[in-house]
Design a protein around this ligand. Sequence first.
Ligand SMILES: Cc1cc2nc3c(=O)[nH]c(=O)nc-3n(C[C@H](O)[C@H](O)[C@H](O)COP(=O)(O)OP(=O)(O)OC[C@H]3O[C@@H](n4cnc5c(N)ncnc54)[C@H](O)[C@@H]3O)c2cc1C
Length: 309
Amino acid sequence: MNCIVIIESSNNKIENSTFECISLANKISDNIIAITDINDEKIIKSINADTLIIIDDIEKIYLYDEEIKKYEDSFFIMSDSLMNKKISSQLSEIFKLPVLSNIIDLKILNSGFYCKSSSYNNNVISGINIQSGSCIFLIKNNSFDIDILNNKKPELIHLKSKKNHLFKMKIFNKKEINNKISLNDAKIVISAGRGLKSAGNWEMIEKLADLLGAATACSKPVSDLGWRPHSEHVGQTGIKISPEIYFAVGISGAIQHLAGVNSSKKIIVINIDSDAPFFNNADYGIIGDAFEIIPAIIESLRKNINDKS
Ligand SMILES: Cc1cc2nc3c(=O)[nH]c(=O)nc-3n(C[C@H](O)[C@H](O)[C@H](O)COP(=O)(O)OP(=O)(O)OC[C@H]3O[C@@H](n4cnc5c(N)ncnc54)[C@H](O)[C@@H]3O)c2cc1C
């Protein structure tokens, strides 16, 4: 059965979560059709697919409904991101298919599919039998291995929509949020909360992130206060991430925050208050003042790096 994979990128780099989807697709299907709006051959050659459909704007896939309908004998795989939530709802309407999110395992059966979906902060894993010919699966980040094998030479198809965009928009200027590691891709995330007191105190968080090759994140109040950009806000109403290591510095651990970070493989909490609820969800906890602990960690890492060089 054909598998259609939606390619997600940021700063002209394909997200690791998309490579997870491509690897999974190649394991369970023998005909992979990838859809992207990246039109740079150097970048798209890393996509291990049989067919590569290039459109102008992936977030407006509904404009290509007539053109992509011929692939209706397919199922869909894409990472469980904000962008793909939008895209999956458009595909669901075009192909009249159900959408399943937070998928951590997926198999094709003779009669349909079997998948596992994680919910309630990873506390419930549901096994789901799907007895329909097709479905749209949103894959939870860091749930599947990335296979670096790239042995396919995809047929390139450039699609032009016959329809006009419903809304017209002119972009005057594009500003990159930052050129650091994307939050979705990061193996290590250093996140900080209101305990840091002011925007100026993020310098030490950024230094630590640089030393560890990590991305930075924050709690909701921090982005509401304008101390950090909204693109760093994690939690129930923000980005949901599952890095290998999540550092929570000066964050109390409210349930709404945990909803976005609870599936991190290891959680390290630094908080001055030994009763902070985050300690109940931590693998390692440091009780103390972030303004003493973070500089001490930075100094020790620097010493380690200097000793090695
Ligand atoms: C509908 C809804 C949705 C929400 N969605 C989200 C969401 O997506 N993401 C999110 O984060 N929140 C969300 N919230 C808010 C959430 O309930 C909490 O209010 C918020 O997470 C608290 O942020 P915080 O931990 O940074 O701040 P605080 O609760 O103020 O905690 C600050 C912490 O810093 C510690 N601290 C203080 N000084 C130091 C120091 N020097 N060193 C170390 N530690 C120190 C304190 O002990 C405290 O634990 C939502 C709330 C609602 C109602």
